[in-house]
Every structure is written in structure tokens, then in C-alpha cells.
Design a protein around this ligand. Structure first.
Ligand code: NDP
Ligand code: 8X3
Length: 255
């Protein structure tokens, strides 16, 4: 049972590639208005050309709090009735062990995955609450927020923050009708691994070689499904892996 309303708007962060771009196409293709946010203006322009006037490109850096405040305050009226926020923008930088990796990279992950997500959430909550029943926030967590692995340190911890923040938000939003979901994907094929390995194509290929990773469209369809459940249903969290991925044994250091 779906509740599409042509006047409904979804605000998607990180819409220039991967999950975000696929989600923008998915919602626009089903009649929603889409605010597509990200830093790369050329990508957003191309998406706007492809999708048409249903898509409002919004060039922004989610780490820039004053810029975020100004952008949300200046949303055009036709895109102002926001029913859904997809907090998707995020990144992992490297898999170097904690004791050797860059403090700048840690700060970038915290500023993007945690603080940027907080800015978008807090700034859009009044509009979502005004919409009421049927509104929702979908956060892009990760299996890395649930399970440890070497080199995940701040990235995984930032996603654990997103998971707990999602659950805590539900408590505060009780009675507003606004739903909150944390989607926790496993290995997915996107620019994520190019960003993580600083553009190293060999390392990117090695991540996916011989496996069948999730595709951005798989996650987009899941986001769409979550946000189009009947208004009385809240999907709290969804952990999704490709069939070709599973857990492994504990590591043991032996002398
Ligand atoms: P991509 O690298 O393809 O997309 C990341 C998006 O985030 C881009 O659109 C990028 O846009 C945007 N972004 C990054 N930093 C900023 C910023 N400071 N301001 C605004 N936008 C920003 O990766 P995915 O699509 O795979 O990842 C999307 C989300 O899903 C992330 O949160 C990621 O952690 C999570 N995830 C990914 C998994 C995977 O294996 N791929 C698995 C589990 C979770 P731009 O650079 O133009 O600003
Ligand atoms: C991305 C999935 O396993 O590379 O969040 O951390 S993983």
C-alpha cells in the first residue's frame, strides 16, 4: 500500500552519486519532488537535466552549518513541503590502523557522517513535524555501525552514532507522526570505495572482485519501500548484506 502524493518532497543529501543519486531517480520517477543536495554542481546539473523540473539541485557541503541553515531556509515554495529526509551523504577514509592514520581524516568523517547529518536533521525536523503522519527520516548507517573490523575505527563508530541517534530520535518524535529508520547496508558498489582508497582503482576493484555487491538501486528501492509504508508503521532498522558477504571468525594474536 503506497501513499504517493505528487506534492510530496524528499530531501536527499549526497545525491551526486551512489545511493543518493539512485534514490533521487527512484523517487522522481514515482512522482515525488526531489531536493538533491551535494557538493559537485556538475553532477547535480546533469541529474536535473535527466530528471526534469521535479528535481531541485542544491549545491552544499553538509559540514557547513551556516550554509546548511541558509539553504534550508531558502527552499523554493514548490519544494517546501518536505515529507522525507534521506540522510545519505557520508564517507569512509582509508582502512589504515587507528594508531597510524590521519587525524584530519577522522575529523572529516566526524564532521560529515555525524555533524552534517545532525545539521540536516535538526534543520528539517520542523518541516517534517509540520507534515505529520506519513513523514519520515531515513538515515544511512552501515553494517560497520554494528560490527567491528580492522581499519573501521572512526567510520564504524560514526555509523554506530547514526544508529543510536536514529533510535533516540524515535523516542522524542513519538506523537509527531514522523518516522525514523536506520538502513545498514553491507558491501555496496559505488564511489564509496574510490573515496575510501583516495581514487586507487586497483583497491576499488579488489573490494568487489568475484563478489556480487549490493547496487545503489537496491538501496534506493529499500528507502522508497521504507518511506511508503502505511503511516502507522515505523521500520526501525534494516541490516542488508549481499548474499556473497558474511561474518568471519575472531582474530587471535598468537606468539
Ligand atoms: P558515494 O561515495 O557514491 O556517495 C557519497 C555521497 O555523499 C556523494 O553524493 C557525495 O557528494 C556526498 N558527500 C560526501 N561528503 C559530503 C559533504 N561534505 N557534503 C555534501 N555531500 C557530501 O557512496 P555511497 O552512495 O555508497 O554512500 C552513501 C552512504 O551510504 C554513505 O553515508 C555511506 O557511508 C553509506 N554506506 C555505504 C556503503 C557502501 O558499501 N557503499 C555501505 C553502507 C553504508 P559530493 O562528493 O558531491 O559532495
Ligand atoms: C560500508 C560498508 O563494510 O565497507 O559502510 O564498512 S563497509
Amino acid at each position: 500500500m503506497e501513499h504517493d502524493n505528487p506534492a510530496d518532497t524528499v530531501f536527499i543529501t549526497g545525491a551526486t552519486s551512489g545511493f543518493g543519486a539512485a534514490t533521487a531517480r527512484c523517487f522522481a520517477g514515482r512522482g515525488w519532488n526531489v531536493i538533491a543536495a551535494g557538493r559537485r554542481a556538475d553532477r547535480l546539473d546533469a541529474l536535473a537535466d535527466e530528471v526534469g523540473p521535479r528535481l531541485h539541485p542544491l549545491v552544499l557541503d553538509i559540514r557547513d552549518r551556516p550554509g546548511m541553515e541558509a539553504a534550508v531556509a531558502a527552499l523554493p515554495a514548490t519544494f517546501g513541503r518536505v515529507r522525507a529526509l534521506v540522510n545519505n551523504a557520508g564517507l569512509a577514509l582509508g582502512t589504515t590502523p587507528a594508531q597510524a592514520c590521519s587525524l584530519d581524516d577522522w575529523e572529516t568523517m566526524v564532521d560529515t557522517n555525524i555533524k552534517g547529518l545532525l545539521y540536516a536533521t535538526r534543520l528539517l525536523l520542523p518541516r517534517l513535524i509540520e507534515y505529520g503522519a506519513g513523514a519520515g527520516i531515513v538515515n544511512l548507517g552501515s553494517v560497520a555501525g554494528n560490527w567491528p573490523y580492522p581499519g573501521s575505527h572512526v567510520y564504524g563508530a560514526s555509523k554506530a552514532f547514526v544508529r543510536q541517534f536514529s533510535l533516540n530520535l524515535r523516542c522524542d518524535l513519538l506523537g509527531t507522526g514522523v518516522r525514523v529508520t536506520n538502513i545498514e547496508p553491507g558491501m555496496s558498489e559505488s564511489e564509496f570505495s574510490l573515496v575510501r582508497f583516495a581514487g586507487d582503482r586497483d583497491k576499488y576493484d579488489a573490494v568487489y572482485r568475484g563478489a556480487q555487491p549490493l547496487q545503489p538501486e537496491d538501496i534506493a528501492d529499500t528507502v522508497y519501500w521504507v518511506l511508503n509504508q502505511p503511516a502507522h508503521i515505523n521500520i526501525n532498522s534494516l541490516e542488508i548484506m549481499p548474499v556473497t558477504q558474511a561474518w568471519s571468525n575472531f582474530a587471535i594474536r598468537r606468539e
